[in-house]
Write a protein that binds this ligand. Structure first.
Ligand code: GUN
Length: 306
């Protein structure tokens, strides 16, 4: 049986490590603060944001959620972000993505002052990542590197293949792996013979948003597989197909009306990988943990602790 890389356990360890840092800041009268901006009412985004606010609460981080209507214009949202930039009680600002179509996402992300960029995706902070300078890192990529580090999975000299080239996962995780001396390939929807490229990977990171697409023939035996996908399957037939009629999964579907599946085939990965992140309970919890890390680090910089 492969090693299951337990994101919930690492999340709990990270939170325990952050707690005394939050308490020290609070004792100085400068508790960390995070604003989460959730535009409109996407049920998926609402769940993510609720979990982020809960994580703040658990740690004693002050949080404020700002919930403008889905009809907001770019100019109005820019004004909201500029107000948050000015607020002394906030160390971090996170604008939950995706934004509605009428909003210019790049302008909004660029409007967040880089020092408060809890998500690590402001172009200045992306530039710092490229240059190997310190700064907030994108949360999911930073969480993936924490998994590899805490499970002591060797990265230097290894072949890493990243499937997906998004600004918030694919590109930054490729750079982080490169900085750890992996030989990195980035694949995407136009990659020729994706399976053959993926089979070269000692470390395979998948963030493409297609349920169970990475089947056994994409996975080198003994690889470490990191699955960033979170796909909600609400068709019973599809659950039966992916899980090969597993009675437990079908019973779970019948109870809840849906089942979460990553981008990696959940049965094939067990056959092929030496280690893998499950869905749920793998990468997901770490995204929020690293958001907390970025917020606390920003508060420490403001307080002059580091
Ligand atoms: N939507 C899905 N993942 C993320 C993330 O990591 N950050 C933000 N801001 N929005 C997201």
């Amino acid at each position: 049986m492969p090693l299951i890389l337990d994101g919930n356990r690492i999340r709990d360890d990270i939170k325990s490590e952050l707690k005394p840092r939050v308490e020290a800041l609070a004792a100085q009268g400068a508790p960390p603060g995070l604003a989460v901006v959730l535009v409109g009412n996407s049920p998926a985004s609402e769940i993510y944001v609720r979990n982020k606010i809960k994580a703040c609460h658990d740690l004693g981080i002050y949080s404020d959620s700002i919930t403008p209507p889905g009809t907001i214009s770019t100019e109005e949202l820019l004004a909201t972000v500029r107000d948050l930039n000015q607020r002394p009680d906030l160390d971090g600002i996170l604008v939950q993505l995706p934004l509605p179509r009428q909003v210019d996402t790049k302008r909004i992300l660029e409007a967040v002052t880089p020092a408060k960029d809890a998500d690590g995706i402001h172009p200045c902070n992306v530039g710092r990542l490229v240059a190997g300078l310190p700064g907030p890192r994108a949360c999911t990529p930073a969480g993936i590197l924490e998994v590899l580090r805490r499970y002591q999975i060797p990265v230097a000299g290894k072949r890493a293949v990243v499937v997906g080239r998004s600004d918030i996962v694919g590109k930054p995780v490729a750079l982080l792996l490169l900085h750890e001396h992996a030989t990195v390939t980035i694949c995407h929807s136009r990659t020729t013979d994706l399976a053959a490229v993926c089979r070269e990977a000692d470390i395979l990171v998948v963030a493409m948003g297609k349920a169970a697409m990475i089947t056994g023939d994409f996975i080198r035996p003994g690889a470490t597989v990191i699955d960033v996908g979170m796909n909600r399957i609400d068709s019973r037939d599809e659950v039966a197909r992916i899980f090969r009629n597993s009675p437990e999964k079908l019973a779970s579907f019948d109870r809840r009306g849906s089942v979460l599946v990553g981008d990696v085939h959940p049965l094939d990965v067990v056959e092929k990988a030496a280690a893998y992140t499950p869905v749920p309970g793998g990468v997901g919890p770490l995204t929020i943990a690293m958001l907390m890390v970025n917020t606390v680090a920003a508060a420490e910089r403001r307080a002059g602790v580091c």
